[in-house]
Design a protein around this ligand. Structure first.
Ligand code: TYM
Length: 342
């Protein structure tokens, strides 16, 4: 059914703290590539999602501008893609409410992200917003009739839920109004792992700063973290199969492949049989060469926050123009009286 809809890409990132190499390889880098493929691309800083856990107001403002700078420094061009922050387009919250009435409690109870985020804590004390988070995410995507969503692997379940919500809405109201959106989970870096533990996802919320490369890290910090990354004493194998049971080695190979834009097999043919004493400096050089210019550009952009706000404002106007008719039609399908012409 998605084929009946014009291809349109939507994706989002939470401005809830420093972004990592995982966000860059799993999302930002691919967002820029999609834009360059000539598909319509809409990218969003999801500040409504960020406040599902406590954010200091000034920090949230800073993080939102910094995330906008990260998009642009990674190659997202606001003249070709729509770039905006979620709270500025009211339709996200409005459609999310309608979807709260479509989605079932049982569906929400199966969401692993809520379980992960409340693990070891008192779930009774989590915000209602954190629980309803996936239905707002479905609204983000379906407010634009987006057909494809590039994300890392951790978001797969949320996209499946988005399809369930679209299908139930279409079925309940007897329409074919919302597309069944496809996730795009492609490439070597759909799940970048911690540099300290190859079985854990690289994450901004990991207490160890050495576990991740932040987009704000300078060249020395990047090289240092790669030099100290956990590995094993064996040399790299000649084939990918040889990486089985070696999560840290596999992670570094995948990072190298994604940064270099080559297949992991090509990394094995270059470094197979060589030790980490050779591989790590090569990876550090590559990471610095790719990431340091992004950090420099982010700093340049952050020196002019008013310009960032202007770009986000323009993006919000463009996003709103697409969203308004879709939201109006949704309300009409649901049976709401349109009493005001706005
Ligand atoms: P968030 O902010 O946690 O992450 C943003 C994007 O980065 C990807 N990512 C990773 N990819 C590979 N390896 C990692 N270690 C890694 N860490 C993060 C995520 O998969 C994601 O693509 N719920 C979303 C935000 C969102 C959204 C949306 C996304 C809200 N509405 C609509 C797509 C469409 C989230 O929390 O992403």
């Amino acid at each position: 059914m998605a084929t009946a809809f014009a291809p349109r890409i939507f994706s989002g990132i939470q401005p809830s703290g420093g972004l990592t190499l995982g966000n860059y390889l799993g999302a930002l880098k691919r967002f820029a590539e999609k834009q360059d493929e000539g598909i319509e691309t809409i990218y969003c800083l999801v500040d409504l999602h960020a406040i599902t856990v406590w954010q200091e107001p000034e920090a949230l403002r800073h993080q939102t501008r910094e995330a906008a700078a990260a998009f642009m420094a990674s190659g997202v061009d606001p003249a070709r893609s729509i770039l905006f922050n979620q709270s500025q387009v009211a339709g996200h919250a409005q459609l999310a409410w309608i979807f709260n009435c479509v989605a079932r409690l049982g569906w929400m109870n199966r969401m692993t992200q809520f379980k992960d985020k409340t693990a070891g804590k008192n779930a009774e004390n989590a915000s209602l917003g954190l629980y309803a988070y996936p239905s707002l995410m479905a609204a983000d995507i379906l407010l634009y009739h987006a057909t494809h969503v590039p994300v890392g692997e951790d978001q797969k379940q949320h996209i499946e839920l988005t399809r369930d919500i679209a299908a139930k809405f279409n079925h309940d109201y007897g329409v074919e109004f919302f597309p069944l959106t496809e996730p795009l989970i492609e490439g070597a870096a759909t799940r970048v792992m911690s540099l300290r533990d190859g079985t854990k996802k690289m994450s901004k919320s990991d207490p160890s700063d050495a576990s991740r490369i932040n987009l704000t890290d300078d060249a020395d910090a990047i090289a240092g973290k790669i030099r100290k990354a956990k590995t094993d004493p064996e040399p790299l194998p000649e084939t990918l199969e040889g990486l089985a049971g070696r999560p840290e080695a596999k992670n570094l190979v995948n990072i190298y492949a994604a940064l270099a834009g080559i297949a992991p097999e090509a990394v094995m043919s270059e470094f197979g049989g060589k030790g980490f004493g050779t591989f790590k400096p090569a990876l550090a050089d590559l990471a610095v060469a790719r990431m340091a210019p992004i950090t420099t550009e982010m700093n340049r952009l952050m020196a002019d926050p008013a310009e960032i706000d202007r770009i986000l404002g323009q993006g919000a106007d463009r996003a709103d123009a697409i969203a308004q008719p879709i939201l109006a039609r949704t309300m009409e399908i649901v049976g709401m009286v349109r009493s005001r012409q706005v």
